[in-house]
Design a binder for this molecule. Structure first.
Ligand SMILES: Cc1ncc(COP(=O)(O)O)c(C=O)c1O
Length: 389
């Protein structure tokens, strides 16, 4: 029995079976590569599901984490730290750079779903009896509030009754108009690219259309950038050009360290008052220091992400695939996603199949053409067998 198998068996005896058996037991990472217990190297084109923005063991993150944990590790939110304050200011800078004129105020969390919970609470404070809308096929997380906003019966129906009612709307201007028409809308939650359903970008102009409807209705536009934000699409925010009232971030924000943020713009950023929300760990100095280092490094990578993403999409398209996405969040339409994912893993390449007909790529933002070349070659070889018919 290989050491990978031994570890996976031990995992299965120790952990609840929420994720199914792990594909590999990984022990080490460097740049865009990881190694398993049997010493085999893999090209990581999933990046911990759009998380490892700087790849593995990036020196800036190693330094930030070790310096901070060796100085001041945890303090609770009765206190603050320079790392936390500098991170808050850097996130504000990201919003200023993204064209936000009104001040953005930050609530830090430990995960994406918690950032959504905070956004949902802001929605209640904004218009307590208002209707909450979300898009069909959305994914906003697994805690009860976020699950209520998620349109995926397979993961939510068994937990009914959920936390209130959310109305799901098809992502089209006509459907949004009809959903807003009866009035009393408190908020609409939207992902600029629906990642979990298979990297589905919203129709062009839909966010701007929603912005106008929200302005007319006095409703909050909540943009979930948990998967798309922090440079993933080659811009700080995939929703660039449209200003939200609330933006949620997580995944890439900590480059692999668990941290998220709910950012309220203008008056929305003033809705929480002392006692209305909280978290023991959120804003912890180590998480803050690592996120600050991540943002500092990602700033220098935004142009690279756009260029390499365009190149990768054009190579895959030239091989005959239909490709969706932007920057380094890419969905490839295939005839059998799980089969191609397993075949790629055998060849030492990690991707995932968020649905049966999509391969998703969300590699580290530092990835180069040289890293990607073997994947492009293999995908061209697979094209005839796996192109969607
Ligand atoms: C758009 C979006 N929102 C929310 C979440 C939930 O984030 P987390 O898994 O960190 O709770 C995810 C995770 O995949 C996501 O992609």
């Amino acid at each position: 029995m290989s050491t990978n198998e031994t570890m996976i068996n031990r995992y299965s005896r120790a952990f609840m079976n929420t994720f199914g058996p792990p594909q590999l037991a990984l022990v080490r990472g460097e740049g865009t590569y990881v190694w398993d217990l049997d010493g085999r190297r893999y090209l990581d084109l999933l990046g911990g599901i759009a998380v490892n923005a700087l790849g593995h063991a990036h020196p800036a993150l190693v330094a930030a984490a070790t310096n901070q944990v060796g100085t001041l590790g945890h303090i609770s939110n009765f206190f603050t730290s320079p790392a936390q304050v500098e991170l808050g200011e850097k996130i504000q800078d990201v919003f200023t750079q993204s064209g936000y004129a009104e001040p953005a105020k930050v609530f830090l969390t430990n995960s994406g779903t918690e950032a959504i919970e905070a956004a949902l609470k802001l929605t209640r404070l904004h218009k307590p009896e208002g209707r909450v809308l979300a898009l069909s096929h959305s994914f906003h997380g697994r805690t009860f509030g976020a699950l209520t906003l998620t349109d995926k019966p397979a993961i939510k129906d068994q937990f009914a009754p959920l936390a209130g009612s959310v109305e799901f709307v098809e992502p089209s201007p006509e459907a949004l108009d009809a959903a807003f028409a009866p009035g009393n809308v408190a908020a609409i939650f939207m992902e600029p690219i629906q990642g979990e359903v298979g990297v589905m970008p919203l129709p062009a102009g839909l966010l701007a259309h929603a912005r106008r409807l929200c302005d007319d209705a006095g409703a909050l536009l909540v943009i979930d950038e948990i998967q798309t934000g922090v440079g993933r699409t080659g811009q700080w925010l995939a929703s660039a050009g449209v200003q939200a009232d609330v933006v949620t971030l997580a995944k890439g924000l900590g480059g692999g360290f668990p941290i998220g943020a709910c950012v309220g713009v203008g008056a929305t950023g003033e809705l929480f008052t002392p006692g209305s929300h909280g978290s023991t760990f959120a804003g912890n100095p180590v998480a803050s220091a690592v996120a600050l280092a991540t943002l500092t490094e990602v700033e220098g990578l935004l142009g690279h992400v756009g260029t390499i993403g365009d190149w990768l999409i054009s190579e895959l398209s030239a091989a005959g695939y239909s490709v969706r996405g932007e920057g380094l969040l890419i969905g490839i339409a295939v005839s059998d996603g799980p089969a191609i994912r397993d075949r790629l893993l055998e060849q030492g390449i990690i991707v995932n199949a968020p649905n049966p007909t999509t391969i998703r790529l969300a590699p580290p933002l530092i990835i180069t053409k040289a890293d990607l070349a073997p994947f492009v070659t293999i995908m061209a070889e697979y094209a005839r067998e796996f192109q969607e018919s």
